[in-house]
Design a protein around this ligand. Structure first.
Ligand code: G1P
Length: 296
């Protein structure tokens, strides 16, 4: 097969209300909550950049300008760091801002992931693109999106990232029924959004990374809204499956779900163990916490 069109763009849906982490998210977008010293969404953006995707499309909500501000240049701060010779901090601040090309589109109402993807249509235009959900923070080498692009180059069509989860957890995810092609790749036979564990076709759940083709847009339009008033990307993909093959690849790496309190705490601890300034302190910190009288 000839090489399929190059993927250059990645859509980050970021218009959600973040109700699972209120009141922290009353003003601060949940995507900017820090995992130690880096906002949650920056992990996804750095993954995209490391995978060769530099055109970032933010699906934001009106008035939520902090996200764009974060990824903008900060001339005054840069100047102070430069004067003080803090070159590592300066590089950390500049690198992402200079490598990415950011554009924003607004989702006026939170009408579901499918709807968030649908409003990116004009900016994506007629080319394949990726979608990354920043709640899913992935530590992988090669980066998760790169793993998926390798499969995309082979199959030339949509690729979903999947992971096995315990059966009782499948109802929180989109779940695929897939035929294994080996090497962690599946040909999707069917997919269903948040099934009852007893009815789920497998334990292979979709995690927040997708490589999509522009024909997802008419498929989403035709799908419409579910009983809860949301447009589901999984339902749009199910419709698309009637007209073209869809593949999935199992993640080779570790994913954290930073979109809920416990998962967010886990993500912080996970990255603390890898953080050069903190790793050495963590065992002692956890020990002292455990022996802390205030906790007993
Ligand atoms: C969304 C998708 C779901 C997917 C999940 C991955 O659900 O609808 O299919 O498995 O992301 O994180 P949400 O987490 O927005 O409820």
């Amino acid at each position: 097969m000839s090489t399929p069109p190059t993927v250059r763009k990645v859509v980050f849906p970021a218009a959600g209300l973040g109700t699972r982490i209120l009141p922290a998210t009353a003003v601060l977008p949940k995507e900017l909550l820090p995992i130690i010293d880096k906002p949650v969404i920056q992990f996804g953006v750095e993954e995209a950049l490391a995978s060769g995707l530099s055109q970032i499309i933010l699906v934001s909500s009106p008035g939520k300008t902090l996200l764009e501000d974060h990824f903008d240049r900060h001339p005054e701060l840069e100047e102070i760091l430069e004067r003080r010779g803090k070159s590592a901090l300066l590089d950390g601040l500049r690198d992402v801002a200079t490598q990415m090309e950011l554009s924003t589109v607004f989702q006026d109402e939170p009408l579901g992931l499918g709807h968030a993807v649908l409003v990116s249509r004009e900016l994506v235009d007629d080319e394949p693109f990726a979608v990354a959900l920043s709640d899913d923070v992935i530590d992988a080498d090669p980066p998760a999106l790169r793993q998926m692009l390798t499969v995309y180059d082979e199959v030339g069509g949509p690729v979903l990232l999947v992971e096995r989860v315990p059966r009782d957890a499948v109802s929180r995810y989109g779940v695929i029924d897939g035929e294994s092609l080996g090497g962690g790749v599946f040909k999707v036979r069917d997919l269903v959004e948040k099934p009852d564990p007893a009815e789920a076709p497998s334990d292979l759940t979709i995690i927040g990374r997708y490589i999509l083709t522009p024909d997802i847009y008419p498929a989403l339009e035709a799908t419409g809204y579910d009983a809860g008033g949301e447009m589901q990307l999984t339902d749009g993909l199910r419709r698309l499956l009637e007209t073209r093959p869809i593949h999935a690849v199992e993640l080779d790496g570790i994913r954290q779900d930073a979109g809920n309190k416990l998962g967010y705490l886990r993500a912080i601890l996970y990255f603390a163990r890898k953080h050069p300034e903190l790793a050495g302190h963590l065992p002692e910190l956890l020990r002292t916490l455990e022996s802390d009288d205030a906790l007993t």
